[in-house]
Design a protein around this ligand. Structure first.
Ligand code: GLN
Length: 454
């Protein structure tokens, strides 16, 4: 009876779109047999892993949480998921997300909201958002339904859900993890990464998921460092930069206090702390919300009713009618909003005013980080401007939702590694998260500083 109640509570989170326990059990059996036979084990032998349903998985439905791809069963495996299975892991299921990874609360999924397992302790009993877009991943891990999951992060989708649910997740340097076989959102920003309970687990997973892939033209042709073997919470000789623009007037007092505690923890670990300036920070959010929709409008043009998933073919309809009907029914409101913003900023009359301008500002934002990293080895900031909000609270106001990404999008625009690590609980008992941003390719320092905080 207790077991059944737990199963019902777990299912009520709506974290999984498809469950594949047989695959996880097969990996566990294979691990047992290999161990009994004295054969070498993979880095993830027998570990059950949840896959964000943005990764194509051969033979298992892959939807990007959209009606458009409902029933789409890939005939191929994404590079990153394939690497996990080769290391001995087994897939527990496909995890819910915001539709096409567009959102910060998991409320844009065609398959329904995901619920965070957390509740406020101050009487407010509303169901809370698990963050987004990797909300199925964050909810499942924090509810202990799986020890680890994959996420993808275009503007914060690994880090913000991790912060909302008291777990960790790392977006590596752009190009570390292959994008091949991951449903594309904004290709110049999209990066896969792990989400798990501990920094060490993230290091182990990231080592398996990373590496050169000739099928992704932006994949980095570099060896994968031994991040786990080199983990150390000793930060002697490291300098932490505190970007002053991340502490605007009106920053939530509890987030600000958490940040101050984080600074002390890094000092205790031996680091020096300096203030730095990232002067173009205030332009990061508008820049992101031009570039990401522009790329999305191009990437999502492939969903035409011919090549993938759904097709709506009204009686007597021609080709244009089929496109229109398929796309009208296949995409949710947020996806349509992004496509309209994207086609607008790319249109002949407005291209220079928006898209070209945004690309220039993106270069300035990247330059800000380069200059800051002349004075320090890593940056410490909050991950999100608040703890988890209630489901429904921001759904009607896209701008309020986009503001959630204010601390995560700058590192995405600059392609830098960034990790969310728990920073404690606020006065309502909800997790709040710190973010460590590193130099390009310096995931080691990001992981080490996160370990010192954990
Ligand atoms: N919340 C951001 C958006 O909606 C980031 C999403 C993501 O990183 N996939 O675009």
């Amino acid at each position: 009876e207790g077991f059944n109640a737990n199963v019902a509570a777990a299912k009520a989170l709506n974290a999984f779109i498809v469950e594949t326990p047989e695959k996880a059990l097969a990996a566990a059996d294979a691990a047992d047999k290999a161990r009994a036979a004295g054969e070498p084990l993979g880095a993830l032998s027998g570990v059950p892993i949840g896959m964000k349903d943005l990764f194509c998985t051969e033979g298992t439905q892959t939807t990007a949480a959209s009606h458009m791809l409902e029933g789409f069963v890939p005939t191929y495996e994404s590079t990153v998921s394939g690497k996990l299975w080769s290391a001995g892991a087994g897939m527990l299921g496909k995890l819910n997300l915001d539709q096409f990874a567009m959102g910060s609360s998991n409320e844009t999924s065609y398959f329904g909201n995901v619920i965070s397992p957390w509740r406020r302790n101050d009487g407010g009993n509303a169901a809370l958002a698990p963050g987004g877009s990797s909300g199925g991943s964050s909810s499942a891990i924090s509810a202990r339904l799986c020890p680890a999951a994959t996420g993808t992060d275009t503007g914060g989708s690994i880090r913000q859900p991790a912060a909302f649910t008291g777990i960790s997740g790392i977006k590596p340097t752009y190009g570390r993890c292959s994008r091949w076989g991951i449903v594309a959102f904004a290709s110049s920003l999209d990066q896969a990464g792990p989400m798990a309970r501990t920094v060490r687990d993230n290091a182990i997973l990231l080592e398996v998921m990373s590496g050169f892939d000739p099928r992704d033209s932006t994949s980095l042709d570099l060896p994968v460092p031994q991040w786990e073997a080199n983990l150390s919470s000793d930060l002697k000789g490291k300098t932490v930069g505190i970007p002053k623009e991340y502490r605007p007037d009106g920053l939530n007092a509890e987030i600000s206090a958490m940040w101050d505690r984080g600074i002390e923890w890094l000092k205790d670990a031996g680091a020096q702390v300096v203030e730095v300036s990232l002067p173009h920070t205030k332009y990061a959010l508008p820049t992101y919300y031009i570039i990401a929709p522009a790329e999305a409008s191009s990437n999502l043009a492939r969903y035409d009713g011919v090549r993938y998933g759904q097709r709506d073919l009204p009686d007597g309809a021609g080709l244009q009618d089929m496109y229109a009907a398929t796309r009208a029914a296949g995409f949710g409101p947020e996806v349509k909003r992004r496509i309209m913003i994207g086609t607008y900023v790319l249109s002949a009359g407005f291209y220079d005013a928006y898209y070209t301008q945004a690309q220039k500002v993106r270069a300035l934002i990247a330059r800000d980080f380069e200059l800051a990293f002349e004075k320090c080895d890593l940056l410490l900031t909050p991950t999100a401007p608040s703890a988890a909000f209630a489901l429904g609270e921001k759904q009607a106001d896209p701008l309020a939702m986009y503001l959630n990404d204010v601390f995560t999008v700058p590192a995405s625009l600059a392609g830098l590694p960034a990790m969310a690590v728990p920073g404690g609980l606020d006065s309502a008992g909800l997790p709040i998260g710190l973010q460590v941003i590193g130099k390009a390719l310096d995931e080691q320092t990001v992981l080490n500083a996160s370990l010192a905080i954990e």
